[in-house]
Design a binder for this molecule. Structure first.
Ligand SMILES: CC(C)(COP(=O)(O)OP(=O)(O)OC[C@H]1O[C@@H](n2cnc3c(N)ncnc32)[C@H](O)[C@@H]1OP(=O)(O)O)[C@@H](O)C(=O)NCCC(=O)NCCS
Length: 163
């Protein structure tokens, strides 16, 4: 296990969340949409726009020097403008990413677990997400209690109960 710690995400973490959004959009595939391409796409940028809004919550993993390792956060979407992993009003949708040099060292799982605790502390009963079926992260989510509830052409929507 590497040396990192996890803290709540604050309004100062927009840059880290933007970095991790770009990573999440690109997943584990080699194909890469550029940062600008992702951050100018309304269907993606809505996961971080205006961070940190009321209702937003998340966590950031940092190394021993306080440098961000990765982040996991969640946001609510309305039924008339749902996120890719929308299941119901009042169920926050999460995004997860870890900087490449820090992957496969336990940060992703640790962030996911911390976010579930934070969701419960915020009074939410469920968390949702969308993941491409080719992304190994789907196995990580399954092992953390997420269950596929809907399938699109390439991605599944998954949900877990947090309390
Ligand atoms: C998905 C991601 C967040 C996982 O974070 P991570 O810190 O690398 O994951 P962890 O080290 O906590 O490992 C979690 C599990 O995944 C497995 N894993 C890690 N890297 C893997 C890889 N490249 N291929 C297959 N499995 C892998 C680990 O073995 C671990 O399982 P185990 O506990 O049974 O051994 C990270 O790889 C990432 O940022 N990917 C790009 C963004 C992304 O795809 N986000 C999700 C979008 S839905």
């Amino acid at each position: 296990m590497s040396a990192f710690r996890i803290r709540p995400a604050t309004g100062e973490d927009s840059r880290v969340l933007a970095d991790m959004l770009v990573e999440a959009v690109n997943g584990n595939a080699e194909r890469a949409r550029s940062r600008v391409n992702v951050l100018e796409d309304p269907s993606f940028v809505r996961y971080i726009a205006g961070w940190k809004r009321p209702g937003d919550f998340g966590c950031v993993a940092e190394d021993a020097n306080g440098v961000a390792v990765g982040a996991c956060w969640a946001r609510l979407f309305p039924a008339d403008d749902p996120g890719s992993g929308f299941v119901a009003v009042g169920v926050p949708e999460l995004t997860l990413g870890v900087y490449r040099q820090w992957r496969a060292q336990g940060a992703g799982r640790a962030l996911l677990r911390e976010l579930a605790l934070a969701a419960s502390a915020h009074g939410y009963a469920r968390l949702s997400l969308s993941v491409e079926r080719t992304n190994f992260a789907q196995r990580l989510y399954t092992s953390e209690g997420y269950v596929a509830v809907a399938s699109g052409a390439n991605a599944d929507t998954m949900v877990r109960t947090v309390r």
